[in-house]
Design a protein. Structure first.
Length: 221
């Protein structure tokens, strides 16, 4: 774990809010993976939101970022991370860095996170934040996440934080056999989908309805 609790004069206050978030929003709603619970108990979500809304950072909802983007609801972060089934030795690709909160949660669990963000201002802000918090197992780039990051493929898991209308074929190609792709799919109506790549083909599960910002780099049609 990279960050330490002396994040602000009110660190004890935020630690209590974080503990309540994990207990009430994450654990009580069925997230059981202890690695996910520990990571979300540890990562300071309030440092990933705008200063004026820091006291609301542990509420049970998504929050707006700049450029029309959002930081996902804590439960959805926990659910998507658990569905990925990350291991300590995993190499994970994240599409949609945003503010870097999901990135940090993944970085607490896996060996290496590669993260792609299409909006330069968001990417640069997130990288600075992650570096300041001491995360050295994260590598990011500005680019179109629809096409993944072929240079570092294959990945043990891929997590997508924006919704394409269809599952991007390049991401499926960049998964290892046995790896999982977790992403929202759809236009106005979206489903959270978990796809496992096997020797026999793809196993696809629909988890629940969700609402994410659209994947702006996805090709039309």
């Amino acid at each position: 774990m990279r960050w330490r609790s002396q994040d602000s004069p009110d660190s004890a206050h935020y630690a209590r809010l974080r503990e309540r978030m994990v207990r009430e929003q994450i654990q009580n709603r069925g997230i059981k993976d202890q690695r996910v619970l520990d990571a979300m108990m540890f990562v300071p979500r309030h440092l990933f939101v705008k200063p004026e809304v820091m006291d609301n950072a542990y509420d049970d909802n998504a929050m707006p970022l700049s450029h029309g983007q959002t930081i996902s609801q804590p439960y959805i972060v926990g659910l998507m991370t658990e569905l990925l089934q990350p291991e300590k030795t995993s190499k994970v690709l994240e599409i949609g860095t945003g503010c870097g909160y999901q990135t940090a949660v993944l970085a607490e669990i896996v060996q290496q996170v590669y993260t792609v963000e299409i909006i330069p201002e968001l990417a640069e802000s997130a990288w600075k934040r992650l570096q300041a918090l001491g995360y050295q197992n994260v590598q990011g780039k500005i680019g179109n996440g629809y096409y993944g990051w072929e240079e570092y493929a294959p990945f043990d898991g891929i997590l997508v934080a924006a919704a394409p209308e269809k599952v991007p074929e390049p991401l499926l190609q960049q998964l290892v056999v046995g790896g999982r792709l977790v992403l929202p799919v759809g236009d106005y109506y979206q489903d959270l989908v978990c796809i496992r790549k096997t020797e026999r083909g793809l196993e696809r599960r629909t988890i629940s309805g969700v609402r994410f910002v659209p994947m702006t780099g996805a090709p039309e049609g």
